[in-house]
Design a protein around this ligand. Structure first.
Ligand code: ADP
Length: 177
């Protein structure tokens, strides 16, 4: 067969997974775990956008994602500023890994992937479908639950975020940390 295999996939050994991770969720962790099995190395890139207000600083998000991925030896976590493709190239990655939950995610991700392909033709975007269990989980939803939830939230939050994220999240929304 004479089919041309995209350059990125001939040797797709290193990938980056970028996002805001504000806060990191069980949905993110699921994509990181599955991605770490597909690629030789997976770098999680925490995007820093000075114009965007976030609950956690980039350094805090790096620390949270490091904690929750500490048992995955081929995963490393860094923050970055600027374009995802530039960050991926600086890490010698051939693949941008993304997760998709819904049809509306796909629309947005498709536009982003096409733009990234124009910027970096050799970079391939690979999508993993969200696991059924986490397809409704988003950082926005979790920030709302943490801010507006009444009473003891620990038990409820553990359905959405890794254990190590619960205390920092509650402290932050309650203004105690
Ligand atoms: P962004 O600001 O780039 O959307 P996010 O932190 O929200 O950053 O998401 C980063 C990536 O993780 C995106 O590809 C997003 O679609 C994916 N993602 C977010 N939540 C989930 C989930 N529950 N399951 C699978 N993928 C997810």
């Amino acid at each position: 067969m004479d089919q041309e295999v995209p350059l990125a996939l001939q040797s797709a050994s290193d990938a980056v997974y970028v996002g805001s991770f504000d806060p990191p969720t069980l949905g993110h962790l699921d994509i990181i775990r599955r991605g770490s099995l597909l690629f030789q190395t997976l770098t999680v890139g925490i995007g820093f956008n000075p114009d965007k207000q976030t609950l956690f600083t980039p350094d805090e998000r790096v620390e949270l994602v490091r904690r929750m991925t500490s048992e995955l030896p081929n995963v490393c976590v860094e923050s970055f500023e600027g374009l995802s493709v530039t960050f991926a190239e600086s890490r010698q990655a051939q693949v941008l890994l993304r997760g998709v939950r819904t049809v509306s995610d796909i629309e947005l991700e498709f536009t982003m992937a096409l733009t990234n392909r124009t910027l970096a033709p050799d970079m391939e975007t690979v999508f993993l479908m969200a696991s059924e269990k986490y397809s409704h989980v988003s950082s926005t939803l979790i920030r709302q639950i943490a801010r507006m939830g009444q009473g003891s939230l620990e038990g409820k939050l553990q359905e959405f975020v890794p254990q190590c994220v619960i205390t920092p999240l509650l402290s932050r929304v309650r203004g105690t940390g």
